[in-house]
Write a protein that binds this ligand. Structure first.
Ligand code: FAD
Ligand code: DLZ
Ligand code: SF4
Length: 504
């Protein structure tokens, strides 16, 4: 008998470890353990989601004829770690070894590799590009760019292809996808499902002190529910997904977003199948090409690309700090009061939902951390903890690379920074803010305005030669010197108030 490990983000019947073993002889091991529940202070909703989905998946496997040894968090014999549980189960049943699918994090890959058990690690085949595919694509290229990788994935999957040409004649319709916030959103947002109250009680007792509201809990926790959410969104949200992908609103947290990353990353939905369903909606005339292409690009482009970079760059990727940023993560990320309405709204929504959409993560909390020069390792730990879809293989490239430029430009060709103007254009946040977005200096000046120039000025040596940033430096250099000095002095004074714990 062999043990077959199924981790909390490997809840797919087609998992390689399950398809390469035998339900008649082998034993599935699943375990709720403190080691996984505490490597960062996860949002309670994320822990509850993981445990609920794991318990349901174990039952599904049993119904399918598997024997499953399932450890609950409060089982008295629980050793507290994945490797501890495997060693314990192996000795209980005198197992010949362990078969597992590669985890999505170097930490766990190393721990499993060091186990004193005979073990066999299989590739995770739930992705469109294998490590070898990604490396073959990347090999010999001077610079890696997602767009070219994405085109390969389009060709490989046949999604939105018209023979060997892209559907509609263009690969990318992003230019049509930057509309400002709509006055009204005619989509009700995600479906809400009833939770397992016993899991909620367990999580409340053990992790109630973590940042994040456990209740109301509304996530889907099995594949059928996740599919219901996908169908609901394809019918109601997809048609306008492209147009308003980058918009943000005070009174609408979800706009036209799909809210499926939790389910995809845990294995409850299959990425290729999701994209095929979305393409079918386009072919049936139910959604426009800009929406459908934009969505498919996020999944077969960005999602796969991020994973490729994470595994190609290796375990030290999360420690990179190309810009030498050292400021501690301010308390406002954990909910302390702030006068910046965009930050307050994004953090409050994160606390309540364990979710924020891409532009909130990139251009509000991420942009602020980058402009303020916050230590990227602390930023990374925060994102890994607070979002229910956060696993290191996808979170780290988004944070260390795309958002914080800490990898020195492997993911992004220039830093994603903006003054308050971008947030003002894409949201209604500024209208109800204590700061004034139109003020570049002065007591009420939007901090993003001050910090934007401070960032460019302090990193001039690194970025002055970047052709995509020439304009920014030209504008800065055209300001008269007194004004530049005022901006820098006021930015410094503002950062000092931030560092000394004042409400900013
Ligand atoms: P939609 O907006 O509806 O997009 C559809 C799907 O596309 C998502 O479900 C997701 O699977 C995929 N996708 C979109 N953008 C990306 C991207 N940049 N990288 C990978 N997949 C993408 N996504 C995660 O899944 N886990 C994370 O931990 C995570 N951390 C992020 C941190 C930062 C700083 C940034 C800027 C982005 C991060 N993302 C992460 C990407 C993106 O924000 C989320 O995938 C998205 O917000 C999930 O919501 P949704 O399902 O409603 O997505
Ligand atoms: C996120 C998470 C949590 C909170 N708890 C568990 C757990 O108790 N048992 C488990 O098998 N997996 C859990 N996970 C998911 C893992 O942390 C995830 O598999 C790794 O980070 C690799 O991506
Ligand atoms: Fe954010 Fe500045 Fe707008 Fe306030 S004024 S919401 S701080 S961008």
């Amino acid at each position: 008998m062999r043990l077959v490990l199924v981790l909390g983000d490997q809840l797919s019947p087609a998992l390689s470890a399950l398809s390469k073993t035998d339900k008649a002889h082998d034993l599935v091991v699943m375990a709720e353990v403190m080691g996984e529940a505490t490597y960062v202070p996860h949002h309670p909703k994320k822990i509850a989601f993981t445990f609920m989905a794991m318990r349901k998946f174990a039952n599904q496997l049993r119904a399918d004829g598997w024997q499953v040894a399932y450890t609950r968090l409060d089982d008295p014999d629980n050793t507290g770690s994945i490797t501890g549980e495997l060693i314990r189960r192996a000795s209980e049943v005198a197992a010949a070894g362990v078969v597992y699918t590669e985890p999505g994090e170097w930490r766990l890959i190393a721990a499993l590799g060091d186990m004193p058990l005979k073990s066999h690690c299989l590739p995770d085949s739930r992705f469109i590009a294998s490590h070898a595919d990604f490396d073959a694509w990347a090999e010999g290229r001077k610079q890696l760019r997602m767009e070219y990788f994405y085109r390969e994935m389009r060709r490989k999957t046949g999604l939105l292809m018209d023979g060997d040409q892209p559907e509609g004649g263009k690969w990318n319709y992003d230019h049509d996808n930057r509309k400002a916030a709509p006055d009204q959103v005619d989509f009700a947002g995600p479906l809400r499902f009833a939770p397992d109250e016993a899991v909620l009680d367990l999580v409340e007792a053990r992790f109630g002190g973590n940042f994040g509201a456990l209740r109301p809990f509304w996530f889907a926790t099995d594949a059928a529910q996740a599919q219901q959410q996908l169908t609901h969104w394809i019918e109601g949200g997809l048609p306008k997904f492209g147009d308003f992908q980058d918009a943000m609103l005070n009174d609408n947290r979800f706009l036209y977003h799909s809210l499926i990353s939790f389910y995809l990353n845990a294995g409850l939905l299959d990425p290729l199948d999701v994209c095929q369903q979305v393409e079918a909606a386009y072919r049936a005339g139910l959604a426009p090409l800009n929406a459908v292409e934009g969505f498919i690009r996020q999944i077969i482009g960005w999602r796969e690309y991020m994973r490729g970079i994470y595994f190609r760059e290796g375990p030290d990727y999360v420690t990179r700090n190309a810009l030498g940023h050292t400021r501690n993560l301010p308390a406002l990320y954990w909910g302390s009061e702030t006068k910046m309405n965009c930050m307050a709204k994004t953090v409050a929504q994160t606390r309540e939902e364990a979710y924020a959409h891409h532009i909130q993560r990139l251009m509000v909390t991420g942009n602020f951390a980058l402009l303020a020069g916050i230590d990227p390792a602390q930023v990374h730990q925060w994102y890994l903890a607070v979002y229910a879809d956060a696993y290191e293989w996808v979170e780290a490239p988004n944070v260390i690379g795309m958002s914080q430029f800490a990898d020195d430009g492997i993911i992004a060709s220039k830093p994603y920074i903006s003054s308050g103007n971008y947030i003002h254009k894409m949201s209604d946040y500024c209208g109800s803010c204590a700061y004034r977005v139109q003020d570049k200096t002065g007591p009420e000046a939007c901090p993003f305005n001050l910090l934007y120039w401070h960032f460019l000025d302090r990193h001039r040596e690194r970025f002055k030669g970047n052709p995509r940033m020439g304009n920014m430096y030209r504008v800065w250099d055209r300001m008269d010197e007194d004004r530049r000095q005022t901006v820098l002095d006021q930015a410094e004074a503002w950062l000092l108030r931030l560092d000394t714990g004042h409400e900013v």
